[in-house]
Design a protein. Structure first.
Length: 144
């Protein structure tokens, strides 16, 4: 039988249009909780959109599982980036970066694709491209 995460991914890909992307899927087998974190390329995902996706996934999971809890939400503004699409969505925004070799700096995202992100160091104005494996943690800088 197909594993649960693959089943969820397959059905999400059928449900989501090009407007949304998957940030993370977390399965907690101890209490049968499934957490799905989604985002949108433009703007924030709404509660109604999360609810709609939840309702579409529920029947699929009901067929293969008993007693589970399904949560569909956004990762939140302060959550670290997990997928390249978050960098792409936030082109021109400022981020806190910690590299794999523990260098820390603030940067502006200049460009991003599925292989590299181009960052401008806000202190030195140097522009460098990084593979995602070279970044340990990236979080959005919130300016209010």
């Amino acid at each position: 039988m197909q594993n649960l995460k693959d089943l969820i991914l397959e059905h999400l890909q059928n449900i989501l249009n090009n407007e949304f992307f998957i940030v993370d899927i977390q399965l907690n087998e101890k209490n049968d909780t499934i957490r799905i974190f989604l985002d949108k390329y433009n703007g924030a995902i709404s509660l109604n959109e999360c609810e709609h996706i939840h309702k579409q996934l529920l029947p699929v999971l009901d067929e293969v599982m008993d007693n589970f809890e399904l949560e569909v939400s956004s990762p939140g503004l302060t959550a670290p980036f997990k997928v390249w699409q978050q960098y792409y969505k936030n082109i021109n925004e400022k981020v806190n970066i910690i590299t794999a070799d523990n260098q820390q700096f603030r940067a502006q995202i200049l460009d991003a694709d599925d292989k590299l992100v181009e960052l401008k160091n806000l202190k030195t104005n140097e522009v460098d491209s990084y593979k995602y494996s070279q970044i340990k943690k990236a979080t959005l800088i919130l300016d209010f």
